[in-house]
Design a protein around this ligand. Structure first.
Ligand code: HEC
Length: 488
């Protein structure tokens, strides 16, 4: 993964440069003393990790340990395995495991701190004063207050193990990766990305279908995540993209260029798109799949990508609902906002804090009633908060409904959030309804993402940011997972 995740806006940049080794030694060094707890900028605690015992070691001094403190086997393991273990396990997307006592105990202080400070688990969707959700989320990773307090108490008591013989049952961690896909399609050839300009390349892939198929899951696997900024996957119904590819297997395309139905989207932190039970995404016989890859150079010489790929699981039957992804926003229905000069504009002035861009987009009248099963927010580095709601004019449901609020949006953790309801009960949308999208931006050096993005371009002061494809441009885009009856 590209660096340490950043969640929230008000945290200065030091944390991003933290090496995991420093983290672990901070964890190792904290024992029971509160003053040894790692600070937000972590790794700077001065206690000597080498001579301090780990939390797991009983020699920490039993007199300090609360006998009623939560223990790993009785209280902590179910939370950590269910809420962290999807990524923090052998072969997971995080670099270190929290899956068992031996792995988790030395990290107890940093585990508790990462949760208290909202960095972990990465789950930006939340219920807020502005947004009370009518539906829960599938694979909701948020911890309850009791779970957070238990983690803190466990860490403060030097991570007691408890008794494995009477261990609490351990729930399954949500499956965050496709581990056994039916089909793996990888780019052919390789591309080198250097200089300072973003590049957009498309790759045509052949799923070799002789009949229409529906997919139940699609995962984009970035080949080199230092340069892959985002990936869109669309269906090329005629297969014509095969003729466009040059010797390295790629052809030039524009960032938002979709010559067919969008079925996959990846940005850092994304998990596989899984349309709900009873639905699937159509890939017609003879079609090809095109990966539209946005590469962002590191600023430090050429980087190679030869492995960006997609994994697919197929359904065996024709589902009752056809699922799709739709992108709406990026200026569609932009309304007047702060700092506009003259007319309505999408411009985030240098050094603006809390700047908003708002869109009110009326769904075209010819769109039939849709079910909304998943939703995601996409902005670049300046964005810190996105809100999506609907004002219904025509479809059944509440006249106003919050669909997603990500008050701690982070570029590093973008994903599609799925409602924990069947398609029958999912929010409905149709022509005439209005989608409300509001993005909040922090275009100052207090925003670590801004500092980093500027640095990659050799700049050290914020600049005015406009709507656009490049990394130093901004977006305010909603990703909508929708379903329509298969007959449409
Ligand atoms: C969706 C995947 C995912 C989940 C779920 C997740 N993590 Fe992480 N976590 C990561 C990744 C990726 C990193 C970056 C460091 C690395 O590569 O391991 C990370 C980093 C961390 C770090 C070090 C950086 C920091 O911010 O302190 C800690 C501690 C941590 N996670 C704890 C947790 C805990 C505790 C949970 C559960 C309550 C959790 N994580 C859930 C993926 C995840």
């Amino acid at each position: 993964m590209a660096g340490i995740p950043r969640i929230g806006s008000a945290r200065p940049g030091a944390q991003r440069s933290l090496a995991l080794a420093a983290l672990i030694s901070a964890g190792l060094s904290s024992g029971c003393q509160d003053d040894a707890r790692p600070e937000q900028d972590g790794g700077t605690t001065t206690s000597d990790a080498a001579t301090t015992t780990t939390g797991a070691d009983e020699s920490t001094g039993p007199e300090m340990v609360d006998p009623n403190a939560p223990t790993w086997y009785q209280d902590i393991a179910p939370t950590v395995v269910a809420k962290c273990g999807g990524c923090h396990r052998e072969g997971g997307i995080a670099t270190f495991s929290l899956a068992d006592y031996e792995a988790a105990a030395p990290l107890a202080p940093i585990v508790a701190a990462s949760v208290e400070e909202g960095r972990m688990p990465p789950f930006a969707a939340d219920d807020t004063d502005e947004c009370q959700m009518n539906h829960g989320w599938k694979d909701d990773l948020r911890l309850s207050d009791e779970e957070k307090q238990a983690l803190r108490a466990w860490a403060d008591a030097a991570a007691p193990e408890g008794d494995p013989a009477t261990a609490a049952p351990i729930p399954e961690a949500p499956q965050v990766q496709l581990t056994t896909a039916d089909l793996h399609l990888e780019m052919e050839g390789s591309v080198a990305i250097g200089g300072i300009f973003d590049e957009f390349l498309c790759f045509s892939l052949d799923p070799q279908l002789t009949e229409d198929r529906y997919l139940s899951a699609l995962q984009v696997v970035p080949g080199n995540d230092r340069i892959v900024h985002h990936v869109l996957v669309y269906v090329d119904e005629t297969g014509g993209s095969a003729d466009l590819a040059g010797p390295d297997g790629s052809f030039e395309c524009d960032g938002g260029d979709l010559q067919g139905q969008l079925i996959g989207a990846w940005a850092p932190g994304a998990l596989p798109a899984r349309p709900p039970e009873g639905s699937g995404m159509l890939v017609p016989a003879g079609a090809r799949l095109v990966m539209n890859v946005h590469y962002h150079p590191t600023g430090g010489g050429d980087e190679i990508d030869d492995a960006t790929a997609i994994d697919i699981d197929w359904l065996d039957e024709v589902p009752a609902w056809r699922a799709e992804l739709a992108l709406v926003g990026n200026g569609d229905g932009l309304v007047a906002g702060p700092n506009d000069q003259g007319g309505i504009e999408f411009r985030i002035p240098a050094n603006a804090s809390g700047h908003t861009e708002t869109m009110l987009y009326t769904i075209p009248n010819d769109i039939p009633e849709l079910r909304l099963w998943g939703i995601g927010a996409h902005m670049h580095y300046v964005g810190v908060d996105m809100f999506i709601g609907v004002q219904r004019q025509t479809s059944p449901g509440p006249s106003q409904e919050c669909l997603l609020h990500t008050p701690t949006y982070s570029f590093e953790w973008q994903r599609l959030y799925s409602y924990d309801v069947s398609l029958d009960d999912a929010p409905r949308l149709q022509g005439g309804d209005q989608l409300y999208m509001r993005c909040i931006y922090e275009n100052t050096l207090n925003n670590p993402g801004v500092a980093e993005a500027l640095g990659q371009q050799g700049l050290d002061e914020p600049i005015d940011v406009y709507l656009g494809e490049e990394t130093l441009d901004e977006m305010c885009l909603g990703i909508y997972g929708i379903a329509v009856p298969s007959i449409f």
